[in-house]
Design a protein around this ligand. Structure first.
Ligand code: ATP
Length: 847
């Protein structure tokens, strides 16, 4: 319903770009010397009037505010085909259209080429506004704009009639205006829509602006310059019509619109949304989804996304709840694309789409984005009423003898149609001329799993298309039938692929991010439950999680009841492009979505591993809230150089709450100092659950920190069994405090002090306590390789007293992945003195 409402709401916008009548059938805009100011003002008003948003004038911003500069290439085309060699890419400001080119010549005829929705009409409007305001193109006194999409034929008129008819109040006779040809610019917008034959005998054409002829001849005379040969022309066209246009023109200059550059995409979003917060939010959303962001190069796609997000923001005020994943946006785009087609015969569209999708899929399998004219014809796609919406004609290079070649406007559009190929209902009558491609979903999925990672986007769209919502939307809004049959195959494939990846006897884990993306595209709770119900672990290591990924992950976690263990070691959580200039202070903490999902009712989470994730303080506050609310969470592993005292203090708040039942807390490789140890000691003193505390490799902890921790250990309720302080740059100074607590903390069975320089005296202090028969310790971590003979003898004595006691290096090496190594406090694991942060693996075995 919402979708329908949205489509109805914005229908006005599409009127503009799909070339349905904007107003007058033929718009001629005119300025004469004596009327210049009045006429210009009038035209500026006209051009600026935002017809696009006519449906909602309240929100209608000025044309200037909306217009975003486009990137163009000059002379990308020539009559004989695409130019060889480098093509200059310029950021277009309209002034450049009629500026002298490299050879110093001012172009008289400019052809503006662009795929549908690339912004040709917008560019024309910009030209008119700028000229009308007297800012640009001031060498023209008269500008006439012909909207080719709205011309109704037949009709007879001379050029002078056209001028007079459109400007009835003009006191200067039209004939007089036309005398000074050089001062006139004619704009033909949407040349491809001219529905008349362009080949006419020269003799039929007019050379006199006052001569009355059928309108098609009058217009053709203007294009072929048999009349007003010194007037300038600006012609916009989709690539499809370039061939026929080239036959009419002489000495033309070609300019191709390439769309929005990266910077302009961001600018467009901010221009679209009046409210800068909303603009930021919407852009962040699009930026966080690589497919959408890439599609935003096409202005109308940017518009599509903004329009949908605007609606979402009205409803939820928060795009994090936006369920419109990529497929949803594409379907909306498609629905608008086909809005004004003839709906009388839906079978024609279904048949056309079947052929189009078959072509797209065939291309995707063969890594092919260009299609020859023959293929298009063989498939029956050469239908003028439909083809130009989907495929753009490219003119071959000089010397190439095959006909024109065609391409989809964007690779992701081809991928979308390729996915549709697998699910579009076929009434059996269609005889595919491609014929070769099998509609076999399993083959697609298997190839993707094995080697064809490039099929990822196609598979993603496939999941999106078979959702219940999509099937209904496509049927109702577009009139095209999708079969949800493939759902079963998709489900079996998802269940099977991770089973294969999990080791026998180990927990069944999901370790591919794309699974979550697929499930998010489908967006069905029950499907997630069926797909993930058998798995217990999630393990994504060293993955860069975009905002889209986080949304997908969080959606799946919320509906994954059996999820017990989450390992996201070395992952990064991006809410925006790291290089973006957007203010990040307003953003929720990077793991907000994850924590929110993990808190869902019925969550079976026991273990959460987030080492090497560079978590900020605000993340620790979120984790504290999670600890407080999630009594099932038993093990939390964090740690890297971003974890400091204030972060640990925040965590301690969560640890002290009655709801927290954490048993194991690992805070390794951190920056913590003795400053936060009082808080940790308080936790040790009060928690009745915490059994293991691991602060290994936290080099700022030092002896003072350990002494403070020992205060907590003395409480008789302290259930701590394992305390790991390996590689914390401790000296013998902390040994007295530790030795005393060895007997007081009745449950402490493992103390790891490996890779610290405790000195013989400190070690002997510990050994002395170990001799006591009541000492519960079973493992003592020490670096024994430098032990003196006397110390070794002590070890033997202790072993005789406690045969099960282990003394030796206990450091556990959860060495981070290659990428995460760079995030260590000191580069490449070396401290300033050359000492290794990560201890050597070459340790002697336990004594
Ligand atoms: N420069 C721009 N600045 C802001 N928005 C733009 C710009 N260009 C295009 N758009 C958006 O894209 C939509 C389509 O643009 P436009 O109608 O100019 O495309 P077109 O190339 O003329 O398409 P068609 O070939 O279908 O006529 C516009 O209605 C507008 O929403």
């Amino acid at each position: 319903k919402q979708d329908e409402g949205l489509a109805a709401d914005v229908s006005g916008v599409w009127v503009g770009w799909w070339g349905i009548c904007l107003g007058l059938a033929l718009t001629l805009l005119l300025i004469g010397t004596e009327h210049r100011r009045n006429s210009r003002e009038h035209m500026v008003r006209e051009s600026r009037q935002d017809r696009e948003l006519g449906a909602r004038p309240r929100e209608s911003p000025s044309f200037h505010r909306h217009f975003t500069t486009l990137t163009i290439t000059r002379e990308a085309w020539s009559k004989h085909g695409a130019k060889d060699g480098a093509v200059g890419t310029t950021t277009a400001v309209t002034t450049t259209l009629f500026e002298p080119s490299g050879d110093g010549q001012t172009p008289q005829v400019v052809v503006l080429v662009g795929a549908p929705g690339m912004g040709k009409t917008m560019m024309v409007r910009k030209v008119m506004v700028e000229w009308g305001e007297g800012m640009l193109h001031t060498h023209f006194d008269f500008v006439f704009c012909v909207d080719c999409k709205a011309i109704t034929l037949p009709m007879e008129a001379s050029v002078a009639d056209l001028v007079s008819q459109c400007c009835p109040g003009l006191r200067v006779p039209a004939g007089k205006i036309l005398d000074d040809q050089k001062k006139i610019l004619f704009i033909f917008d949407g040349f491809e829509a001219l529905g008349f034959p362009l080949v006419q005998p020269e003799a039929e054409l007019s050379s006199d602006p006052r001569e009355v002829k059928p309108l098609e001849l009058t217009l053709l005379s203007l294009l072929k310059k048999t009349v007003l040969p010194e007037a300038s022309l600006l012609i916009t066209t989709r690539p499809t019509a370039l061939g026929s246009l080239g036959q009419c023109l002489e000495g033309e200059h070609y300019v191709e619109i390439l769309g929005f550059s990266a910077a302009r995409r961001e600018e467009y979003f901010h221009r679209y949304f009046e409210n800068s917060n909303k603009g930021d939010m919407a852009f962040r959303f699009a930026r966080g989804n690589q497919i959408l962001y890439s599609l935003c190069v096409i202005p109308v796609m940017s518009w599509t996304i903004c329009t949908i997000l605007e609606q979402e923001l009205c409803g939820t005020k928060n795009l994090l709840e936006c369920s419109k994943a990529t497929t949803g946006m594409m379907m909306f785009y498609l629905s608008q694309l086909l809005k004004h087609r003839d709906r009388d015969n839906p079978q024609v569209l279904q048949q056309f789409l079947l052929q189009l999708c078959s072509l797209a899929a065939d291309g995707i399998w063969k890594h092919k984005v260009l299609f020859e004219e023959k293929e298009i014809k063989d498939c029956g796609l050469d239908q003028p009423g439909l083809l130009p919406f989907f495929l753009n004609e490219r003119i071959p290079k000089e010397g190439e003898d095959h006909g024109s070649v065609y391409a989809f406007t964007h690779l992701h559009l081809q991928e979308f149609f390729a996915a549709m190929f697998y699910v579009l209902e076929d009434d059996g009558e269609m005889v595919s001329s491609l014929g070769r491609l099998e509609k076999d979903v399993n083959k697609l999925l298997e190839s993707y799993s094995k080697s064809r990672k490039d099929l990822n986007v196609t598979v993603r769209f496939l999941f999106g298309l078979v959702s219940q919502k999509s099937v209904e939307y496509m049927d109702k809004t577009i009139g095209c039938r999708i079969s949800p049959q493939a759902r079963e195959e998709l489900l079996r494939w998802l269940q099977g692929r991770h089973r294969g990846l999990s080791q026998p006897g180990q927990a069944l884990k999901v370790s591919e991010m794309d699974t979550f993306r697929f499930l998010f595209e489908m967006n069905e709770k029950s499907f997630v439950q069926s797909a993930l119900g058998h798995f217990t672990d999630l393990d994504l290591q060293d993955t860069k999680l975009t905002l889209y990924d986080q949304m997908a992950l969080s959606f799946c976690i919320q509906h994954w009841d059996g999820l017990g263990c989450v390992t996201l070691q070395g992952c990064s959580f991006h809410w925006q492009d790291p290089e973006a200039e957007l203010d990040a202070s307003e953003l929720p903490c990077p793991i907000h979505l994850l924590c929110r999902a993990l808190r869902h009712r019925g969550s079976a989470l026991r273990v959460l591993r987030l080492q090497w994730c560079r978590l900020s303080e605000s993340c620790c506050a979120e984790l504290a809230a999670l600890l407080a609310e999630h009594p099932g969470l038993a093990r939390l592993e964090l740690g890297d150089s971003s974890l400091g005292d204030s972060s640990v203090r925040l965590l301690c708040e969560g640890l002290r709450t009655p709801g927290c039942r954490l048993r194991v807390l690992r805070l390794r490789y951190s920056r913590i100092t003795s400053a936060c140890c009082e808080d940790l000691a308080a936790v040790l003193g009060t928690s009745t659950y915490l059994e293991e505390l691991d602060l290994s490799f936290s080099e700022g902890l030092r002896d003072a920190g350990v002494e403070l921790l020992c205060e907590g250990l003395q409480h008789c309720a302290c259930p701590l069994q394992t305390l790991r302080l390996g590689s914390c740059r401790l000296s013998g100074a902390c040994c007295q405090a530790l030795a005393t607590r060895l007997l007081q903390g009745p449950r402490l069975t493992c103390l790891d002090l490996s890779d610290n320089e405790l000195g013989a005296h400190g070690i002997l202090q510990l050994f002395q306590q170990l001799r006591h028969p009541a000492c519960p310790l079973r493992s003592l971590g020490l670096s024994v390789d430098g032990f003196s003979q006397a110390l070794l003898q002590e070890v033997d004595t202790l072993r005789a007293l406690h045969p099960t006691l282990k003394i030796g290096n206990l450091l556990e090496h959860d060495v981070p992945q290659a990428g995460a190594m760079a995030r260590l406090p000191c580069h490449r694991g070396l401290l300033p003195g050359g000492r290794k942060v990560l201890p050597s693996f070459r340790r002697p075995p336990f004594l």
